[in-house]
Design a protein around this ligand. Structure first.
Ligand SMILES: N[C@@H](CCC(=O)N[C@@H](CS)C(=O)NCC(=O)O)C(=O)O
Length: 213
């Protein structure tokens, strides 16, 4: 199994983290960003959209980070990673979709508007609007965590991976963000997971004020 994608991409980090959780053997190849390579014809054959992450499993190429997560969980995880029961599965899938469509875009607004912009080019009004949306998202997560230990119930799941990967960046980029109490305890538990420590809690300072990939 091979995973293509630069470590500084949080979409790549989600997959690296899951590979560690599943204890699957893989080779990681840095690609995209300062490593380039996305327009090489061999890579375009693997992902016509020319984005990372891309997972190669035997002769199969899989792209889109959340699709890769579901593929890995279904192929290499036990029942609790990808339940056969559609309702049980929906408990984590709803957070994958929510994160992709609501939380991540707001976080990306702050990241590209603040961290990846030179100081004199920042539009703080827009950044603060996105930050407010992120803070509302943290409240939604807090509410869920008042009902269950992890986001999709009492077991750690894909839901914690996708949301957890965003949270590290959100609170480490220099903006003031206070995690609500239950989110804070849940985040401390994530901090103890080897895959989170190794891949997500990693240095991304090469992206500071870098406006292009
Ligand atoms: N929705 C896609 C997003 C893919 C994406 O935009 N990847 C970025 C990195 S996060 C990329 O390939 N950017 C070009 C680059 O890094 O050079 C996913 O979740 O996989």
């Amino acid at each position: 199994m091979k995973l293509f994608g630069r470590t500084t991409s949080f979409n790549v980090q989600k997959v690296l983290w899951l590979l560690e959780e599943l204890n699957v053997k893989y080779e990681h190849i840095e690609l995209g960003g300062r490593f380039g390579g996305l327009d090489e014809s061999e890579f375009v054959k693997l992902n016509p959209l020319q984005k990372v992450p891309v997972l190669i499993d035997g002769s199969k190429s899989i792209w889109e980070s959340h699709t890769i997560l579901r593929y890995l969980a279904a192929s290499y995880g036990n029942e609790s990673w990808y339940p056969a029961c559609p309702y049980e599965r929906s408990l984590s899938e709803r957070w994958l979709d929510w994160s992709q469509t609501i939380f991540q875009p707001a976080f990306m607004g702050t990241f590209w508007g603040y961290y990846r912009k030179p100081e004199d080019k920042r539009d703080m009004e827009t950044v603060n609007k996105d930050l407010d949306t992120c803070i509302n998202c943290l409240q939604a997560i807090e509410k869920q965590l008042s009902q269950s230990e992890y986001l999709a119930g009492d077991n750690f799941s894909l839901a914690d991976i996708v949301v957890g990967a965003v949270i590290y960046r959100l609170i480490s980029q220099g903006l003031t963000v206070k995690l609500p109490d239950l989110v804070c305890s849940w985040y401390e538990k994530l901090n103890e997971r080897p895959g989170y420590k190794k891949w997500v809690m990693s240095d991304f300072s090469e992206l500071k004020a870098r406006e292009g990939f």
